[in-house]
Design a protein around this ligand. Structure first.
Ligand code: ATR
Length: 279
């Protein structure tokens, strides 16, 4: 008699101790009756390729990849989805007989959170994306596929925004600029993809960038409202959301890629939001 172990999954990053991914995937597995193990693995700088190879050799089925290894995972993959190719970053690896498939579920996770969980349609909207680093690059294609009227990338270092614009301009009406150039241009939705929140700060934004009834969305989340969520509230945003919903939605996309089953995200978002300790 052969004993079969549950399929193995993990998230690799540095730091990783506070990752919610193991909890989210265990909740998804329990909810859908899937048999799998999912753990968090700390990887030392420069060690991603070896760690991923070892995980694969041990029969692992899939990996989530987070900061700072998403570009390494992009190189590691044999086959890339179109959105991952474009993003230059991979957050989901699937190990199968055809090779290692790399995908990026961050952008779809953001769009699903906005559209499905919050009923927000991006079509025809003027959207401002703050930041031009990896986080911004990861969400650009899925945002443009929703057909906003305009997508402006604004960054502290204007040149990086302009460079990013060139990489995505064939997909829709995207332009780039520095933060000061935003003066007098109101947006329906402002998405914060900068790392300013790590020091509890907000990029310096001129007055008037948030339209009346505008929404704010921070890709970051925390137990307390993030600096950008607070900024949105102070500036009269109709909704000022953090990235917890996106986190759960990107995990659901990964889970679907691996298991072919869509988990229900709402109860998982509610569990995480309530701070309850479950699995
Ligand atoms: P990530 O992968 O999280 O996007 P990154 O590639 O280092 O990380 O990019 C960080 C982004 O946050 C950049 O757009 C950065 O602006 P610069 O390109 O000018 O460095 C932005 N950023 C970080 N701290 C910021 C701050 N205090 N105010 C405004 N923008 C900030």
């Amino acid at each position: 008699m052969t004993l079969s172990l549950p399929d193995q999954y993990a998230v690799m990053g540095n730091p990783i101790a506070h990752s919610q991914s193991p909890r989210i995937h265990r909740l998804f597995a329990a909810q859908t009756g899937q048999s799998l193990d999912y753990h968090a693995q700390l990887v030392e700088p420069g060690g991603f390729m070896a760690a991923a190879r070892a995980f694969q050799a041990a029969g692992g089925k899939g990996l989530n990849v987070t900061v700072p290894f998403k570009a390494d995972a992009w190189v590691f993959a044999d086959i890339l989805s179109a959105r991952a190719e474009r993003a230059g970053a991979v957050n989901t690896l699937s190990f199968g007989p055809a090779g290692v498939r790399g995908d990026n579920t961050d952008g779809p996770g953001l769009v699903r959170d906005l559209k499905i969980n919050h009923g927000y349609s991006l079509a025809g909207k003027r959207v401002l994306l703050l930041g031009a680093g990896g986080a911004a690059r990861g969400v650009l294609q899925p945002l443009l596929l929703e057909k906003p009227a305009q997508l402006v990338i604004a960054n502290r270092t204007a040149n990086r925004a302009l460079e990013l614009t060139l990489r995505f301009s064939d997909l829709g009406p995207v332009t780039g600029c520095g933060l000061a150039e935003l003066a007098g241009r109101p947006f329906h939705l402002i998405i914060n993809a900068t790392a300013a929140g790590l020091s509890d700060a907000v990029p310096p934004l001129p007055e008037g960038v948030l339209a009346a009834n505008g929404w704010c969305y921070d890709l970051m989340y925390g137990h307390e409202p993030t600096a950008f969520v607070r900024w949105g509230r102070e500036h009269g945003a109709t909704q000022s959301l953090d990235g917890l919903g996106m986190l759960v939605e990107q995990a659901a996309e990964s889970f679907y890629l691996w298991r072919g089953v869509w988990p229900e995200t709402r109860p998982v978002i509610e569990t995480l939001r309530s701070g309850a300790t479950l699995v």
